[in-house]
Ligand binder design. Sequence first.
Ligand code: SF4
Length: 249
Amino acid sequence: MNALIKKDERLLHKVESFPIKGFLETSLLDWCGKLSAVLFLPGCNFRCPYCHNTELVLQPHKLPDVSMDYVLRRLRKFKGWIDGIVVTGGEPTLQPALPSFIRRIKKKNWLVKLDTNGSNIDMLKQLIDEQLLDCVALDIKAPLNEVDYYRATGRCFIIESIKECLELLKSSNIDYELRTTVCPGLIDKKKLKQLLPQIKGAKRLVLQNFRPSQTIDSRLQHLMPYPKEYMQELGQMSEGYVNELRVVE
Ligand code: SF4
């Protein structure tokens, strides 16, 4: 019993000093159909070449901290306006105190959406089991094999966790979407054709076009995104594999 109390105290302390590195008070883009606040957590275990959150991923210590108290105070002002809170990164599941942090948000009766790259099945399972999430956006970066995933993320041996996250979401009652950034050189029609059967039956797929600004791999900053017509063709190819589809051109 004493050990449990001590653990709770430690987690409580961690929540007080929980690392929030960015706070967007209102957004219409981060939770489809909802007005949300967005919290950005530092660090990521992936190195996607097209990532825009360069500083948050590579040098989070250079960004100022936003205190939890400040966030909660501001959110109180938006009660009744905002539908929920998006917890994003970086990769939020790298923070061991994430469950305690979300528990605290849920106590204030906010809806919570988590954005994750799928590398931490254990934490996702815990959060879902404890009913701490109302929506999850799971990144699907490439066809689900080690070679393509390594090219898209710079990391090996993560496929099993991502597949498990996908199956967990499919078998849960939770609202979720899969998000694929369509970056030339990483995703094309051939790659999407490999990927679609692997996610068949998923609730919602968002295909979002690559944007060439402030990318982790600076060589991509001059890469042209796919034209609108190509994105539409990818959308047409995806019909029938998922229940809902959104193409962000
Ligand atoms: S795109 Fe997402 S998963 Fe990839 S490096 Fe950036 S924050 Fe991490």
